[in-house]
Design a protein around this ligand. Sequence first.
Ligand code: TEU
Length: 560
Amino acid sequence: ASRRDWWRDAVIYQVYPRSFADSNGDGMGDLEGIRARLPYLRDLGVDAVWLSPFYASPQADAGYDVADYRAVDPMFGNLLDADALIRDAHDLGLRIIVDLVPNHSSDQHEWFKRAVAEGPGSPLRDRYHFRKGKGANGQLPPNDWESIFGGPAWTRVTEPDGTPGDWYLHLFAPEQPDFNWEHPAVGDEFRSILRFWLDMGVDGFRIDVAHGLVKADGLPDLGAHDQLKLLGNDVMPFFDQDGVHAIYREWRLVLDEYAGNETGPEGHSLEGRGRETGGRIFVAEAWTPTVERTANYVRPDELHQAFNFQYLGTYWDAAELKVVIDRTLDAMRPVNAPATWVLSNHDVTRHATRFANEPGLGTQIRLAGDRALGLRRARAATLLMLALPGSAYVYQGEELGLPDVVDLADEVRQDPAYFRGAGQDGFRDGCRVPIPWTREGTSYGFGSGGSWLPQPAEWGDLSVEAQTGVPDSTLELYRTALTVRREQPALGAGDSVEWLKSPAGVLVFRRGDFVCAANTTNESVKIPAYGRILITNGEVTVAGDEAKLPGDTTVWWTTA
Ligand code: TEU
């Protein structure tokens, strides 16, 4: 990986702060806990760390409801802790990407509280989407949009005089009112927030609901659109509107201001960090109907990367994977943006559990499935992902092979989507169970005061301690893979792959001296032996110029 444009082939590790490491024994992870574990992340071999929100928040949606964008929630620490975390990360050669939530604030944000308190006609209401209701006395929501978490996307406020009054729009929970990005104060505020964190020294931003900021003119009824077809071909009036791109072109100019002002990892040369933005990047969380529409977000004057949710939504199936890989690379090449590859995050069932189940269940499931099979496929899928050109995202705990915790009791669940009965969503607590660090002990080393979600008894055997130094462990597989990835220039680089002839159910591709083969079937197959084996998750046997690749196995070769 070259220093220049580090992000083009970076492996970026997602930390979910409340579930990573708890330094003060309150059962919730915090910034000091993360800071103490930075050497673990450095040794794992990732390039950057993306932190889910740690800002001041009532935690109605685990911090994706921000009350103050320039403050750390006391639950996670304070700004000095954030400063120490960023500095220590840089000293270790790790970059820090923070989460920015511009689509909505918390209903406890100062602007929203004042907008409600000032009553109808308050100019502060123009910073959100306040409307009169329909029907007699305005008792019906202004349009037919539904919240992603279930129920109407509108909530009616009680006015200062005690009467039911205006409605406000919230694509997510009622505690997450959507900003009106047509109002200039909103843009001004967010450019200022960007500068605040850039001045703190962060290396980039993950943009939450990046496809949602601009709504169609007049907030038209959905009518025939199928709201649940988020990844179908339908463009919703509240998602992926063309107008959103003007916002990102402005943000890019803010990043450009920092081009000559690098503060990144010490010991890294300045020219090592991308050109226009001093190595700082934006990554979009944009759920669009197609990867071609996703490519619009990463045009040269907009954002740098966007999560590849089409890839995340693909099952462990060679034919389907090949289509998505080709289509992704074809979509990213014209805009000169790196492809990204992601298998898990804090919103979906972990891939070890998805692949333990039948295909076709989607990314929100609550079945354990065949655990051993799921883990084997997850390990093979990781090696495939890390062999592809572009940047890869790793969600905390996947390097331990953690499954989703599928049997959490309703009393301990906290995902608002679960309780609001979201059609396609809501099983998100299962991938958020705190990380096990040690074999024994209170909350398996997560902290001294238990964990906010209960950890299963098997967590000890899956802990970092239990897997460290164990050659066949998933943790060592990740460490070795990431080491090899750094050593082999062909890995991650470029914008295309050369597919080689392969049996059905098997993918084989070459990049320079490097060959990767992934057998997604459960039967062993014979393929040519391409050279020296660098890594595999299975037991590949070689006889002469032929290799036997067991089912659900990926192998990397070097032909050099
Ligand atoms: O997620 C946006 C989003 O659209 C998700 O709700 C997604 O559709 C779903 O989880 C997939 O099944 C982002 C954050 O990642 C998520 O945690 C927040 O709840 C949401 O925004 C609101 O801020």
